[in-house]
Design a protein around this ligand. Structure first.
Ligand code: SAH
Length: 250
């Protein structure tokens, strides 16, 4: 069986138990070498074939997965974070379907979750924002116009931007044009959960310079919104006067 496994954000103990078990029984692991922590590969048994996909094309990856697959074989395709986000797995899954090869997905801890942990924040705060927008600046991969940063910014929701920390000035300009006040809190989290993790905190107007000073231009997330600020309302869930299925107010 072929398994697409989320490796988590970096720290080797942030893979799921299921993902680690699959690595422990793998005959072949094809891993996204640019972002997957190589320490995870030490979980694989002796003799396991390890293939770094960083230099491979889609066809080469699919060929490797299909060659490795067979009765009683465990083949792991290891992607950073959670495979469903910017993982380019759809095209791999479609190619495997075409070849009649079955596969399963194992979710992972996405870097946007690890970034919240690093920042010690809650993305969804009552009366601040109840929505998290995950998106990116357009780069070599285009983004549909209706999802431009400017138009998403108009919601004033919490935003987490992948693949955009190398374009901080453009990004922050779009956020501001879209409607966030320039003093909206913003942060960059570099390599969340890795030993070299770094945080830069500022506002939409100060972040480009602070990010540049810290030398951050890749493997980082940009978090924007008042969830990084000081003001919010207490949740209803734990309010003494609020009854729900598990607790009755006096
Ligand atoms: N599937 C992955 C995202 C892959 S796209 C996930 O769920 O996290 C690669 C981008 O993810 C990077 O450019 C960066 O924006 C972000 N990223 C991945 N790991 C990260 C980490 N540990 N810390 C901060 N950003 C990270």
């Amino acid at each position: 069986m072929i398994y697409f496994v989320g490796a988590g954000p970096g720290a080797p103990d942030l893979i799921t138990v299921r993902g680690r078990e699959l690595l422990r029984q793998a005959h072949t692991v094809v891993y996204a070498g640019s972002l997957v922590n190589p320490k995870l590969l030490t979980e694989t048994p002796a003799g396991c074939q390890l293939v770094n996909s960083a230099t491979m094309t889609l066809d080469q990856v699919v060929a490797k997965l299909s060659q490795a697959e067979g009765p009683g074989r465990t083949v792991v395709r290891l992607h950073s974070g959670d495979p469903s986000l910017y993982g380019a797995i759809r095209e791999q899954m479609d190619a495997l379907r075409e070849l009649g090869l079955p596969f399963e997905l194992v979710p992972g801890v996405s870097s946007f979750c690890a970034a919240a942990a690093t920042l010690q924040i809650e993305y969804t705060l009552p009366e601040v924002s109840q929505t998290v927008i995950l998106s990116r600046m357009k780069g070599r991969t285009p983004v549909p116009e209706r999802e431009s940063i400017n138009s998403l910014a108009a919601h004033g929701a919490t935003m987490v931007l992948f693949l955009s920390s190398g374009m901080l000035s453009e990004l922050c300009a779009c956020l501001e044009e879209g409607g966030y006040p320039p003093d909206t809190p913003a942060a960059v989290v570099y390599k969340a959960s890795w030993p070299e993790e770094k945080i830069v905190r500022g506002t939409i107007s100060t972040l480009p310079q602070l990010g540049a000073e810290a030398g951050i231009n890749a493997t980082a997330l940009v978090v924007v919104g008042n969830c990084l600020g000081d003001d919010y309302q207490l949740s209803r869930l734990y309010a003494p006067d609020f009854s729900h299925g598990f607790r009755k107010a006096p």
